[in-house]
Design a protein around this ligand. Structure first.
Ligand SMILES: Nc1ncnc2c1ncn2[C@@H]1O[C@H](COP(=O)(O)OP(=O)(O)OP(=O)(O)O)[C@@H](O)[C@H]1O
Length: 300
């Protein structure tokens, strides 16, 4: 099929303006995700912003050779949302995640987590902020090889100075939720890739962080283990966790409640799942992926 008419068709359906125009200078959270709405005990959390990015810009390089990785990105994430970030290779997804996670610093703009400007934190405050507010899940599980699964998960609580008495019950509870109770006493080399990744998720969420940040968490998993991990994320989100996940995979993104698309360092579009089935949401995501430049596999 000819590229031109297809693009024109998507442009109409998605109301995508002409090339180079920013679709939304500020993207607000999904006003009331159904599962958040349903959980009356979390009513107060509904209004709370877990994250607010304001005109985040990131330049790399020196004056003669500058890369503008982020060109003024603004969006809000309400507590309890589940966001997927998608976009072509080099569009700025990892840079954005790194600016949110404080691994990197924006050149200008603000990143507010729970209302606190993370760019203004000094180094001591920064490590505390990372420990207490953030949970990280990477493409490779990054577990400590010399510790069992139980010890890997417990370590996150020990570092957070949770009293030793309270640790075993919290580890058992999170293990049950992620269906890893039977591997808690195994070392990473004794587990499958999927089990290792679920242990890594347990480690990320056991401290009850404000934000769970995941960079291609299913990147090294086969389809069965990917699905299992994504179902765990979905359940965690239904229990109240706020999740931001970078993925190149439309199927993985369709588990989120809202997908933000990044292109050339800007937010280009967003789609909200609302009451759609996952399949309908997947089709909607694929529409944008196709518009952005082709096949699912090209969007990373
Ligand atoms: N440390 C760095 N120094 C210079 N340029 C960088 C650096 N890190 C990223 N970039 C550039 O910033 C832009 C955005 O990169 P980023 O890694 O955020 O993209 P991405 O969307 O995550 O890509 P991918 O999907 O391929 O991982 C790219 O042009 C990249 O080359």
């Amino acid at each position: 099929m000819a590229r031109g008419p297809v693009r024109a068709q998507y442009r109409r359906r998605l109301t995508i303006p002409s090339k180079g125009t920013i679709v939304a200078s500020h993207i607000a959270p999904d006003p009331a995700p159904a599962h958040v709405r349903a959980a009356s005990s979390r009513g107060a959390a509904r209004a709370r912003l877990a994250l607010s990015c304001k005109e985040v810009e990131k330049l790399y390089g020196s004056r003669s050779n500058v890369t503008r990785a982020l060109a003024g990105v603004s969006f809000d994430v309400a507590a309890g949302e589940y966001i997927a970030l998608m976009g072509p290779s080099g569009s700025g997804k990892t840079t954005l995640l790194n600016c949110i996670s404080t691994i990197d610093r924006p050149t200008s703009g603000q990143v507010l987590v729970d209302g606190q400007d993370v760019c203004a934190l000094k180094s001591g405050q920064l490590s505390r902020f990372r420990r207490e507010r953030l949970g990280f899940v990477f493409q490779d599980s990054n577990l400590l090889d010399t510790l069992t699964a139980r010890e890997n998960v417990a370590l996150a609580l020990t570092i957070n100075r949770v009293s030793a008495r309270g640790i075993p019950a919290r580890v058992e509870a999170v293990a049950e939720r992620l269906e890893i109770s039977d591997v808690l006493d195994k070392f990473p080399y004794q587990m499958s890739g999927g089990q290792r990744q679920r242990v890594a998720v347990a480690r990320a969420i056991v401290g009850d962080p404000t934000l769970v940040l995941a960079d291609e968490p299913t990147g090294s998993l086969d389809s069965k283990n990917s699905r299992r991990l994504l179902e765990s994320f979905e359940a965690m989100n239904e229990d109240g966790a706020t999740i931001i996940m970078v993925t190149h995979d439309s199927s993985a993104a369709s588990y989120a409640r809202r997908v933000l698309f990044v292109k050339d360092g800007r937010l280009f579009n967003e789609v909200v799942r609302g009451d759609k089935t996952r399949k309908q949401f997947f089709d909607q995501i694929m529409d944008v992926v196709s518009f952005l430049g082709g096949e699912d596999a090209d969007v990373r």
